[in-house]
Design a protein around this ligand. Sequence first.
Ligand SMILES: O=C(O)CCC(=O)C(=O)O
Ligand SMILES: [Fe+2]
Length: 211
Amino acid sequence: MDTQFQLSLESESSKPVLPISILPADGEALYHGCIFSNDVSEKWLSYLLNEIPWKRDVVVMYGKTIETSRKVAWFGDRAFDYRYSGRVRTALVWTDRLRELKRIVEENTGESFNSCLLNLYADGDQGMSWHSDDEKELEESSAIASLSFGAERRFDFRRKSDKLKVSVQLGHGSLLVMKGETQKYWQHQIPKTKKVHSARVNLTFRKMREV
Ligand SMILES: O=C(O)CCC(=O)C(=O)O
Ligand SMILES: [Fe+2]
């Protein structure tokens, strides 16, 4: 690598490095990196682990009802009903602290959200398989902002048309935003891994259709 060229790029470019756009086409995913200091992220992680009423998720798979090992919680501006994996869930109303996180995410993304699905992965044995967040209750093509705390995990995108894969490591306190037609053309997953032995909390801020 030409060091001089690199240095001049750094000093002359006024373009910020973050957020970085990670999909080549057919939607947009912006990785903002860590938006909190490590200390602040630690506080959020302990609040989320201890104060959220985590419950195992129930999903319908091949016609069978299965309890997941991953735990979830669902919050919103009001008691929205949301159909997800064949079941209807009702949102809890924001806690003050979740409202604060929502405000920070809205400031960083320039988007607005009215609900949030929280996922707790106890360790690398827990993941989330390939899916798109394309439920009809979501406002069409609205942004989804994904905030992560705790163990770093890999997040994979896979294009529906040709199975092209793009991956990003989601760090402690990091923000990823999926926009536009991302859900139409891409799926995503959190793969299981033997390398992770601690918990990760993920919050996906969403915009539900107001009826
Ligand atoms: O944990 C993550 O980063 C992904 C969560 C997710 O895809 C979802 O809740 O739909
Ligand atoms: Fe998702």
